[in-house]
Design a protein around this ligand. Structure first.
Ligand code: F3S
Ligand code: F3S
Length: 107
């Protein structure tokens, strides 16, 4: 099981979640952050600190954002399991679902 980041993170990337993750499994893509499904230890520490409530336990993802489970998982199809996000830095890539979105979170 894993936690999942959904639409409210797109084009916002607050990053408060990164500081809470004890296993450094929240990776930064171009337009949002993604949680590694195999590295996440389901501690729940990241979920309450996101100011826009973008993070959910996989069973609790709102239906309207159900595609984001696959988006988080598939983001790592080519990347594999690096074992730590800090050393990766910004990954110049996004899942196709995110790439297809119009610009979000702009006034
Ligand atoms: Fe995104 Fe929220 Fe983290 S906006 S970067 S999921 S704190
Ligand atoms: Fe990390 Fe725990 Fe969230 S392992 S991604 S802080 S649920």
């Amino acid at each position: 099981m894993t936690y999942v980041i959904a639409l409210p993170c797109v084009d916002l990337k607050d990053k408060a979640c990164i500081d809470e993750c004890p296993v450094d499994c929240i990776y930064e893509g171009e337009r949002m952050l993604y949680i590694h499904p195999d590295e996440c230890v389901d501690c729940g520490a990241c979920e309450p600190v996101c100011p826009v409530e973008a993070i959910y336990y996989e069973d609790d993802v709102p239906d309207k954002w159900s595609d984001y489970y696959a988006a988080n998982v598939e983001f790592f199809s080519e990347i594999g399991s690096p074992g730590g996000a800090a050393k990766m830095g910004l990954i110049a890539h996004d899942h196709d679902l995110i790439k297809s979105l119009p610009l979000q979170n702009v006034e």
